[in-house]
Design a protein around this ligand. Structure first.
Ligand code: PAF
Length: 209
């Protein structure tokens, strides 16, 4: 079984309207691709909680404050689609940057307070980019529920604040972090750790425990 991949908002909306007309609930799992077991666990939670499941794959340029980081971010769409087929999601939405941010796009979404410390302090503009794309993905998918990993704890708080402040009609579901056997939280970025970095990375979880 392969999963349908849609790239246009209009096509996605047509599909979702059909589901809603049939009284079905829709879940979305927003991702930037390079999927691992953590993402798949979100997709499974969405399958368990909703009639239909959309996984979005979009490497969002607006949340990268460093162009080299954006360039190097892993992109593995074929492999991702094969993994999502094993979970049985209904649609992958993988738009181009121009589809998400057409010429003339001029809106900023900024969640103050919770975005400021921790990662926000080290990556200026990062959470504004996350808030903008997440708000757009909710509008595009018209999902009833959206699934986010607790691994990105601050991001989860930002998204919850965004949804509450803007009265967005979507329920946010936080899901437990999935870890490697040695305790390292699964992340697409782990692929970029050096051998030495990978060896010491689990110490963070161990010490926090
Ligand atoms: O957590 C991520 O992968 C991204 O920040 C998200 C939520 C898909 C927005 O681009």
């Amino acid at each position: 079984m392969t999963v349908v991949i849609l790239r246009r908002v209009a096509d996605l909306r047509t599909m979702v309207r059909g589901w809603k007309a049939a009284g079905q609930t829709v879940g979305v799992v927003p991702t930037m691709g390079a999927l691992h077991e953590g993402h798949l666990s979100l997709a499974r939670a969405a399958k368990a909680g909703c009639d239909r499941v959309i996984v979005t794959i979009f490497v969002n340029p607006k949340q990268f404050n460093n162009p080299a980081d954006l360039e190097k971010y892993p992109r593995t769409e074929d492999r991702d689609a094969a993994l999502l087929a094993t979970v049985g999601v209904d649609v992958i939405f993988a738009p181009s940057p121009d589809e998400v941010y057409p010429p003339g796009f001029a809106t900023t979404v900024s969640v103050s307070g919770v975005s400021a410390p921790l990662e926000g302090a080290h990556r200026p503009g990062h959470f504004d980019g996350v808030a903008a794309v997440v708000a757009k993905l909710f509008g595009m998918t018209m999902a009833d529920r959206a699934y986010f990993g607790e691994k990105d704890w601050q991001q989860l708080q930002v998204v919850q604040r965004l949804v509450a402040d803007l009265n967005l009609p979507v329920e946010i579901v936080g899901c437990e972090t999935v870890r490697e056997a040695d305790g390292l939280a699964m992340s697409s970025r782990n692929a970029r750790l050096s051998e030495g970095g990978r060896a010491i990375a689990p110490a963070l979880h161990r010490e926090m425990q």
